[in-house]
Design a protein around this ligand. Structure first.
Ligand code: NAP
Length: 308
């Protein structure tokens, strides 16, 4: 049977021990840096210690416990073995809920009404139909396309930007770096669902966010490193941008004394948009372990050259 190593901060992956034992009878599961973990063929990771994977001579497969793999590929010493991620309809559904909530938060003025309510201010705003609200999604992959489909069903004017050309019913699609400015120029509520790669890090800076029309809002569900936070704050304070829902941050958890918690127009959520269950993670890791042992095609393999 196979040996599986768990690499993360201490305790995080404790639930995986019993779940993997149930899924893979006879498996040895060891937590890094136990000595057995160094002999593992399969590494299951969330932000593994840099250099750790490179010291595992029998490694044949690396598995992220998340949809993203930036937490692994940020280590330049990661061995060149297949890298898989979690793709799950429940994650897509959860992300869609979060995106719909964030869209409605701005579209129906809950951001303003909640703020007004703290001061006892009774004020109603002119309502706009969903068809007149332009929602733009950065990234039209598993999560972006699931959210786009539901936004279209609700009647919003939806557009999306991806690396390669895409077609999705009811969605105006843009692709490639040259199309980004046009996409941003027509987006009133911007949703980021990009993977974090060398091409997307720092993408949401003053230049890009400044292309959004005045009064636009941001929903950041991807990674904190996509956003130049100071640029966002400057655009909020100047009145160019209306608000932002931020679910992800360069350093998590966001410290209690961080200014973003108190920045007017910013709503901080604790990286909660879509969280895979341990059961689903264990099932998908186990399925790929069985495929590895049988020499079969692995599921949800990441393209290492693209970085996602
Ligand atoms: P995915 O299926 O790999 O889709 C990624 C999309 O981004 C694709 O449409 C891809 O274009 C596009 N893209 C990548 N690089 C690009 C570039 N340089 N320019 C333009 N478009 C680019 O990823 P996913 O499963 O939807 O997940 C997206 C991200 O969501 C994850 O990487 C993770 O960071 C984040 N996430 C956050 C949470 C949370 O709780 N906040 C939960 C899960 C995931 P192509 O279609 O042309 O390849």
């Amino acid at each position: 049977m196979i040996t599986v190593a768990l690499l993360s901060r201490p305790g995080l992956m404790d639930p995986m021990q019993a779940l993997l034992a149930r899924e893979l009878p006879g498996v040895t599961v060891a937590s890094w840096p136990e000595s057995a973990a160094r002999d593992a063929e399969l590494a299951v990771c969330w932000k593994p210690e840099p250099g750790a994977l490179a010291t595992m001579p029998k490694l044949k497969l690396i598995h992220s416990i998340a949809a993203g793999v930036d937490n692994i590929l940020s280590d330049p010493t990661v061995p060149d073995v297949p890298l898989c991620r979690i793709v799950d309809p429940d994650i897509s559904a959860a992300m869609t809920e979060f995106v719909l909530w964030g869209t409605l938060y701005f579209h129906r003025d809950f951001d303003r009404v909640v703020s007004n309510g703290r001061n006892g201010v009774w004020r109603r705003y002119e309502q706009r139909a969903a068809k007149d609200r332009r929602v733009g999604i950065l990234g039209l992959g598993e999560l972006g396309s699931a959210a786009a489909i539901r936004l279209v069903e609700l009647g919003f004017a939806v557009s999306a930007w991806s690396r390669s050309p895409k077609a999705l019913a009811g969605v105006r699609t843009y692709s490639g770096a040259d199309a980004l400015d046009d996409f941003l120029g027509e987006t009133e509520i911007l949703v980021s669902l990009l993977p974090l790669t060398a091409s997307t890090v720092g993408l949401l800076n003053a230049g890009r966010l400044g292309r959004l029309p005045k009064g636009a809002a941001l929903i950041l569900c991807s990674r904190g490193e996509h956003l130049a936070t100071e640029d966002l704050v400057a655009l909020l304070r100047s009145g160019h941008l209306r608000g932002a829902v931020l679910d992800v941050f360069e350093h998590e958890p966001l410290p209690a004394d961080h200014a973003l918690w108190r920045e007017p127009g910013v709503l901080v959520t604790p990286h909660m948009a879509a969280i895979a269950s341990w059961q689903v993670i264990a099932q998908q890791v186990a399925e790929n372990a069985r495929r590895l042992l049988r020499g079969e095609t692995l599921l949800n393999v990441v393209d290492r050259a693209r970085g996602y």
